[in-house]
Ligand binder design. Structure first.
Ligand code: NAI
Ligand code: MG
Length: 355
């Protein structure tokens, strides 16, 4: 029995998470696996019900599960709350930190049926399959913050970018592990020419590399990396980088594939792993059966593979998604001329049928 905590959240979250659950139930029937689901509140929905975006009870449900599937949080309704009560700052960041989830893993791969939807030329992205690992609990976003008035006018704001050997080592190790399971190539991205934290990063990555002699390690400066990702993305395989660089590069990479509605992610390293689509709560299309559930369904596939070791079942979901795209079914975000436009529920029906 695999215990899955469901955190639908806000906006399209309560529409897409149930679709992933339907797919997991279909997998359960087909491969004789038993999943149990427990739903908990997070984000704006939790704030409205309890006054806090990340209630203790939700944390307890997460800790008592084998994996967590999250929709998305946030929306204009909660934008004017104090920062620590806002869905993203008050729920997502603390959830990752409290569960010790220090690595965010985002594959960016292009289904051949969608290659022409990429903003890049089809031949540049067709067959693209990269994996970016972003450090998630250190760096600038968690450093000391400070603001002061400057005598005579204006203000000064300070953020600090801190990394320890241990923080770099554990995420680097995950990078090498993932690279050794794929094509044995790891690219570490930093800014070691100007940042001291990046110099430490590079030294530690070099140290960890000694434990993985079969993985070919290279380094790239983040500014060059941004350029290379657009110029010739297929040169990359597994990449590992610090928090803010990863935040920016993963959004960039997501667009190579055409749609934000297609890409899954996993946050790893702690007591229990968290799986979620990379997009937000899309309030502009919420409640209309318009959302693309595929990113969430593929997140569930990552969960089967990484948390439960169910490789066959994970691959079955990925193949079913590919088949449905080949059959021409499209939600609005990936619609192309001559294809069949369907809604959130209908594209899931097709995926379950393909299974
Ligand atoms: P967003 O990702 O929610 O939406 C960006 C655009 O992509 C919108 O036009 C939306 O309709 C579309 N889109 C996103 N997911 C889609 C899907 N599955 N199918 C079809 N179209 C899709 O980002 P945005 O608009 O910047 O943020 C909206 C809210 O979500 C904000 O409150 C933001 O704070 C929150 N957010 C939450 C995240 C999370 O929970 N992990 C991540 C990013 C934003
Ligand atoms: Mg981001």
């Amino acid at each position: 029995m695999y215990k899955v905590a469901l955190l639908p959240g806000d906006g399209i979250g309560p529409e897409i998470v149930p679709q992933a659950v339907r797919v997991l139930q279909a997998i359960g029937e087909k491969y004789k696996r038993e999943f149990s689901f427990q739903t908990a509140l997070i984000g704006g929905a939790a704030y409205d019900a309890t006054g806090h975006p990340l209630p203790e009870e939700t944390l307890a449900v997460c800790r008592n599960s084998d994996a967590i599937l999250l929709g998305a949080v946030g929306g204009p309704k909660w934008d004017n709350l104090e920062p620590q009560l806002r869905p993203e700052r008050g729920a997502l960041l603390p959830l990752r930190k409290k569960l010790g989830l220090y690595a965010n893993v985002r594959p960016a791969s292009v289904n051949s049926a969608l290659a022409e939807a990429s903003p890049l030329k089809e031949e540049l992205v067709s067959g693209l399959d990269i994996l970016i690992i972003r450090e998630l609990t250190g760096g600038l976003y968690f450093g000391q913050k400070h603001r002061e008035d400057i005598p005579g006018g204006g203000q000064k704001a300070v953020e600090t970018l801190e990394y320890t050997t241990e923080e770099v080592e554990r995420v680097a190790r995950l990078g090498f592990e993932m690279a050794s399971k794929r094509n044995k190539k790891l690219m570490s991205v930093d800014k070691a020419n100007v940042l001291e934290s990046s110099r430490l990063w590079r030294e530690v990555v070099e140290e960890v590399a000694k434990d993985y002699p079969d993985v070919e390690l290279s380094h790239m400066y983040v500014d060059n990396c941004a350029m290379q990702l657009v110029r010739y993305p297929k040169q990359f395989d597994v990449m590992v980088t610090e928090n803010m660089f990863g935040d920016i590069l993963t959004d960039l990479a997501s667009q190579l594939t055409g749609s934000i509605g297609m890409l899954p992610s996993a946050s790893l390293g702690g007591e229990v792993a968290l799986y979620e689509p990379i997009h937000g709560s899309a309030p502009d299309i919420a409640g209309k059966n318009l959302a693309n559930p595929i990113a969430t369904i593929l997140s569930a596939a990552m969960m089967l593979r990484i948390s439960f070791g169910l490789e066959t079942e994970a691959a079955a979901i990925e193949q079913a998604v590919a088949k449905v795209l080949d059959q021409g079914y499209r939600t609005g975000d990936i619609m192309q001329p001559g294809k069949t436009k369907v809604g959130t529920v209908e594209v899931t029906d097709a995926i379950i049928k393909a299974l």
